[in-house]
Ligand binder design. Structure first.
Ligand SMILES: [Mg+2]
Length: 415
């Protein structure tokens, strides 16, 4: 049988609206996600799909520039692909880990389509048919067009979470935080956790706190049903000091995002739960490898979300399907989106979980109409600055942060 060879690569930037702007400790998603959809073509007529966060002309040009590396390559040769695109010493000059991830997704998609099997079968076979997710709640600015969707008070957060729980069936809930003063967030988080009854919760201020503030905050929430305490402070050493002063497991998607850091964390533990991101780690397979290391050393794992449309979500589902040690619910921003670019999408939550696609490859296909529609929307709106807050012009965060947003500010701002 003739093996496929890569013939071309194409990248398309799309912008898909969110229900409302999502706030975090470093800034905001300004009412939309910008994503790059990658298509890798082969000489057997199969097209593999990939996705990366961000986009625009420079991202599209960067993918086009990889064409000379990829043409003629056998998509089954994934280890050679890794060294070709992101050899760790060459990467000092060209950090292409995230681009490699998008191409790895596409190659796995091609392999699955070529063999007629879903990607999870190539990764070791699925341990579960659906991947459970946590609700992923944010402090939100109001939608500028409708004036609705604001999340600022405990009452708003509770109402929105209970409505989502009813719709999607979530039993674990995450609050992205680090936006308002810690005492205010403590009050909101406690009221929220109480309103959610027996469901578990997780608090993630994106490393905004000083070590001392993180320890103080931990003492205020330790009695709740916490899955873990996610990135309360910055750095392995800071996390280690917090860990020595709390009973909660600590989780991270910021200070252990590669094998070097994973090794450091095993030799001198600072974090208990490693949140595996198919983009940050450079693909689905690096996440599976890292999960194996965590299994060996009995560290916890979960599936991280750095924002996703249906292609990236499929990578998270195939990853979540094959991990024997996945005991925490995965994260996804997905329910914050108003639409997707895949045929039949958006994918649906049932009982808090999303089914692992069963069609060959990643199991998702592009809806060309919507891809075009949201590529046009990107051309109209352009990008946005993830590290800026549209409600606070001139503001930027520091580490540790002390420049909190005002919880009494209920303006509807333009963005
Ligand atoms: Mg996080």
């Amino acid at each position: 049988m003739k093996r496929p060879r890569i013939t071309d690569i194409r990248a398309t930037t799309v912008t898909v609206p969110l229900e409302a702007p999502l706030r975090h400790s470093n800034g905001a998603h300004w009412g939309r996600f910008v994503r790059t959809i990658v298509e890798v073509e082969t000489d057997v007529g199969i097209i593999g799909l990939g996705e990366m966060g961000g986009g625009g002309e420079s991202a599209e040009a960067a993918f086009r520039a990889l064409k000379s590396y990829l043409v003629g390559h056998d998509p089954f040769e994934l280890e050679n692909l890794r060294f070709m695109i992101c050899n760790p010493t060459a990467s000092l000059y060209n950090n292409r880990t995230q681009m490699h991830a998008a191409i790895e997704f596409a190659c796995l998609d091609i392999m699955g389509k070529f063999l007629g099997v879903p990607v999870c079968d190539i990764l070791g076979g699925k341990m579960r048919d659906a991947v459970p997710f946590a609700s992923y709640m944010f402090f939100r600015l109001a939608n500028k067009d409708t004036g609705e969707g604001e999340t600022r008070t405990a009452d708003q957060l509770i109402e929105q979470t209970l409505a989502l729980k009813k719709k999607c069936g979530f039993t674990s809930h995450k609050l992205k935080s680090g936006v308002f003063p810690p005492d205010y967030e403590l009050e909101v988080f406690r009221a929220w956790a109480k309103a959610l009854g027996p469901d578990s919760v997780r608090y993630d201020p994106n490393a905004a706190f000083s070590v001392e503030e993180a320890i103080r905050f931990a003492r205020g929430i330790e009695d709740l049903n916490n899955d873990y305490y996610e990135d309360p402070t910055w750095g392995l050493n800071g996390m280690r000091r917090v860990r020595e002063n709390t009973t909660m497991p600590l989780a991270t998607n910021t200070v252990v995002v590669n094998f070097e850091q994973l090794a450091a964390n095993i030799l001198n533990p600072a974090v208990d739960v490693i949140l595996l991101d198919t983009t940050f780690w450079g693909g689905i397979r690096p996440c599976v490898k890292a999960a194996g290391v965590c299994e060996t050393f009995q560290l916890g794992i979960a599936v991280h979300s750095s924002g996703e449309l249906g292609v990236q979500l499929a990578t998270m589902l195939h990853l979540g399907a094959v991990l024997p040690n996945l005991v925490f619910h995965a994260d996804a921003h997905y329910h914050q989106l108003t639409d997707d670019i895949i045929i039949g999408g958006p994918m649906r939550y049932e009982n808090g979980a999303i089914k692992v696609p069963t069609a060959p490859g990643l199991g998702v296909e592009l809806d060309r109409n919507r891809l075009g529609q949201y590529a046009d929307l990107h051309k109209t709106l352009g990008g946005y600055s993830y590290d800026r807050d549209p409600s606070r012009p001139g503001w930027f965060s520091v580490v540790p942060n002390t420049r909190w947003a005002d919880p009494s500010d209920d303006r509807v701002v333009d963005y």
